[in-house]
Structure formats: C-alpha cells, structure tokens
Design a protein around this ligand. Sequence first.
Ligand code: NOJ
Ligand code: CA
Length: 691
Amino acid sequence: MKHCIVFIIALLALSCSCVNRLTEGSLVSAQSPDCKVGAGLYLDSCGAPYLKVFVDKNEFVTVRNIGLTTNDSLNLTSGFHLCSSHSCNTPYHTDSLLWGENKVVKIQNNGCCVALVNNDSVRMELEFLVANDGFAFRYSYSGIDSTLLTGESTTYHFPSDGSSWSIPANFESYEFAYRQQPISQTIDANTPFTFVTSDSLWGSLHESNLRNMPEMTLVRDSVDSLCFHTWLCPDNTGSGTVAHYGPNQHTSWRTITIGRQAVDLINSTFNLTLNTCHRQYGVPDNEFLQSRPIKYIGVWWGMHLGIHSWTPDLRHGATTERAKRYIDFAAQNNIDAVLFEGWNLGWEQWGGTQVFDFVKSAPDFDVEQVIDYAQSKGVQMIMHHETGGNIPHYEEEMERAFQWCEDHNIHYVKTGYAGGFPNRHLHHSQYGVNHYQRVVECARRHKISLIVHEPIKPTGLRFSYPNLMSAEGARGMEWNAWSDGNSPAHETILPFTRLLAGPMDYTPGIFDITYRRIQHDPNCQKWNMKDARECRVNTTLAKQVALWVVLYSPVVMASDLIENYQIEQPDGTMVIHPMFQFFRHYNPDCDWSSALQGEPGQYVAIARRAGNTYYLGAVTNENPRALSIALDFLPKRKHFCATIYADAADAHYLTNPTSYKITRQMVSSRDVLALSLAAGGGCAVVLTEED
Ligand code: NOJ
Ligand code: CA
C-alpha cells in the first residue's frame, strides 16, 4: 500500500513537472490540481502579455493581445514589464447552492495574480487560474477612470482546427439556430462557443460574472482562420465606444471549460463558481426563501399559436374564467404555479414605444379575484412583465411593480424584452447588462424570483443572486409555433452550449405535436412569420417529456394548452394523458445531476436526483438510437422501480410522433437500462426506491 502511494505521488510529481516544463520561459505559471491543465503568462518582444494554456502536455489555446483599447492615446496593451506576482490558489472546498443541478459544488483551482506596468505608467492587474476542468483570466487597470472604451484587443488562437457549435454573434438576440462547423469556418460567434480539438479535447469559451461591461463575442481574423478577436457590444453613440470603464474595474472572467468527453462540459461547475456566492456578500440564505424550484403551466401557448391574443379582445387568453381553469388544473396535478401573459394593460398599443402598466389588469381579468382564487387552491402566480424593450419606463415602474407583487404575496415574475431598446441602445451592451442587473437586485429586495426572456446571456450570476432563476436566451419552444421550427438536433446541442451558461426556460411539453386542435379553429390568426397551422414541433411526444429533465430549469413549464394534457373518454369524461403522469411526478428541486452520455448535435442522456427519486432524460437528433445506460449512479443494494416513458417501436418524429409506450421494470445499480429512441425521439424515466 505504502509503495503504491509513493508510486502515485511520484507519477503526479512527474506529470506536474511535465506541465512545468511546458511553461518554461513564462513569467509565472500555474497547474491544475490534477496537473493535467497548465497555463503560463509570457511577455512578447513588445512587452504585450500573453497566456498559453496546455492540456495533457499539448497546447490547447493561446490568448494574445490581452487588453482594452480606448479612444485616447493611452497604451493599455503593450510595453509592460512584470512588477509583482503572487499565487492565488483556491484550496479544495465545497459550497452549497439553494437550488441548482447540484446542491453541492466542489471548488478548487490554482492561479496567479500579476501586476504589470508599462511605459505609459499604466498598471495592469492580471489574474489567471486553472482547474481540472477549466481555465480563466480577467484583468483590470488601476488608476484609469472614465476612459471611453473602444474595444478589447484580446485574441484567442487555436493550434489546429476542430469542430465547433455556436450561434452567430449578435448584439440584439440569441434566438438563432446552432451551426456545427469547423472552428476555422466560424466567421463570428456568440458564447458559449463549444469546440472539440483534433486531439478530442472538448472546450467551451464563455465569460463568467459579467457585470458593468458589454458582452463579449468572437470574430474570426481575416487572415488567420484559427484566430478569433474579441468583439464587444457597442454603446449607442455610433462613435465606436463600447463602454465607460471605472477605476480598478475588472473585466468579466474570460473562461474556457475543458473536458475529455463532451458531457464533462455539462458536469462542470467551473464557470458558475467563478462568481461570488451570495453568502460571501453577507447575504443570508433566508433572503431567498421564496426562490424555490417550481413546476408551472400558463396561458401562453395559445397566443403563440394565434388562437388567443395578449390584447383584451374577443380572443383574449388571460380571462378570469380561463385563469381559474388553469389554477384548478394546477391544483389537481401537483403543479406549483400558473403564468398569465396578457393579464395587464398595455398590449392594446403593441408596436412603437411600448408603455405597459404592471399593476393594472385587463378589464376581463379580475386580478384580485384570480389571486385570491389561486391562493385558496395553494397555487402560486407568476406575473408577466413584458417591457417591449422600453427600459426607461420599466426602470421607473419596476419598484412599484415588484412592491405590488410583494403586497399580493406573489414571488415569481417573468420579464420580457421583445423589442429594441430606446435611443439605439443594444440589448447586449453595457447599458443592457446594467439594466438586467438592476432588475435582479430590485426583485431581490422584494423577494421575487425572475424568469428572464430576451435576457443578457447568463454568466453564473445566479450564484450571487439565487432569485435569478431562469432565462430564455436561445431559440425556445415558441419558435415551433410560428417559424420552420427548431430542428431535432437543436435540443441535443443546447445542453452543450447555451445551457452551459445557466438554466433555460425552454418551455417544453407540447403534446399536440402537429397542432391538430387548432387546424379548424376559426379564431386562429397568423401573427408572426408563419401561420401556426402550417407549423409543428419537430420531435416525438416522448422527447417532449424527456426535455423536462434534459433542459435544466428550476422553474419548469408544461407549455401546452391544458386541454392537450387530457384525453376524452368514450363517456365524455376527461382523464389525464398517461405521458403527463411524468410531469405530475417530476420534482424540479434537484439535489444532484450527471450528464452520462452524448455529443452535441447527436444525443444526450442526463440523470438527476431529487430526494430519493432519480430521473433520467435522453433525447436524440433526427436519427433513431439505442442507448445502454449503466445505472451505477443509483445507491448500491437498493431496488428501484423504473417507469419508462418511451417512444413506441413505430414512432418517428415526422410520420408518427405521438406513438408512445409506458413500461415498468425493477432495477438496481448493477443494471444497464436499454433505451430505444425513435428518430427525433426521446425517453424519460422515473426511478423510485422500493422498500
Ligand atoms: C417573447 C417571449 O420569449 C415569450 O415567452 C413571450 O410570450 C412573448 N415575448 C411576449 O411577451
Ligand atoms: Ca423569446
């Protein structure tokens, strides 16, 4: 045994010294705790700092031209020499989250903090760190104040080509179809930018703790196709300014999550834990008592299909009568909350500068009566604040609006920013980033949790503000109602890209896959790109069920019309759709999660645990797939009953999407579960412990 330990220590020392050798010539360097990831800081011949990142002794990514550019003559990027350095390691510890994919997260990384001074007496403080699953750096300039920032010069260099998954860079929206393409053919990209190298190492480039800065995107160099420039979202002046920079303000962490397998990226909490936990700000857990995971339904899908309207006209969705029906359905089906879009005044004048009222309801929606009714049934309300992008108006009103919610014992608000911001401000600018932050802080003061649509991209701020519960920020379900829709591959890419940034309110759960119910509805109106009657969802029914597990959100919606969760019996009575039993049983208050298998664009299988119950979700692209899932994540020597909500043998997302089968079998940790997924299909499993 003793010899064995000595041997392991010797091996570790050897591999650490290998990484050490790789960073020879650096000013300072750091190695990950497992010695597999290393990074060194160097100065080039012009005194410009650069960072080389190594994984398994190979160059992984090099970061050059680190620094910001300004509109005056100050040189912030070169002519530097090292002033001082010290290591800033974070020893192994765990932290607990109030909610999340995992309630306990492990944190350990090694890093260096250096001070560099250049010929213009500019002092740059640069921090970088490495963990077993990531690399990050950030920097600040001391003494530089109110400099008008014109950009960031930092570039990322890949040593060789690989594949990548990303959406295009855009400063107004993230709602685009994902592209799988060689790294070298990516003209521009938003982050998370996920890639796999020619040595089969996985990475995802993103940012963490984005505050008071514009968001960062990537643009390929015009000559070197493996070099990407940082492209920050500009401000509204048209002068090329991107932000106003405060004294000693550091950039967000620029991060690369690293994995040996694609699923390692999903299992990493590296990005999240670079944010500061709320407790470190002295904010006690009990300030977030209301930020609990919930399941919800809503008066929502009907508007996207065009059979209901947000405006209080004849097709108005949010009527008092419908609200009560939804509340009854929630109460009867173990669903915590109901969302009502179009409940308030302001929708009548959609278009132009939008002025919503966030405390007055539409004439046919008696908000006080609906709240009383919901509370009498133990169902929570989710209020909807669509801003239309009118930020000045929302900032004037939000204090009053959140106070109104607090007064009515309402703890959840869905916000929305469908529309351009006034005065040519862009959604993803410093102005936008600061706005979204102010809303989170204001909501927190009123004990309100947020679900943000058209958000700024998540960068882990939920670690500091647990009331920032979910966000959209990618093409969600709504696109299936009024466009060509999301491809079957889309939901297999999201966990490896957008969801690395944080939970997503994708709103799965459409059971009427081909919109049969609305085909003859005379009220149905086209209101967006396509008439819903010509649209459909590009999945099977079982895949919709699986998405409740696969696409993590602590506030999880069953998004279809409640009529579609019920089946009419020959005698006219209604019973709950057997596949909806999954949602009734599902507990979104997860304790533990693990992505087990998969690759972006192909398939993914994820297991979660809430209390003693385990849930498994697996989804595939347009290809059918047979999966063997080792159940070794279950506790040993215990027996579980697995209820499997699967595609039937004849299911196919195009030709037979609603064909399903539900089976049961006893399993233990020693078993391997065989799952069969149809083309565009999926499978969801509930594993309950048996005595
Ligand atoms: C876009 C949001 O993503 C959607 O959920 C909402 O229904 C509409 N805006 C209207 O607010
Ligand atoms: Ca949207």
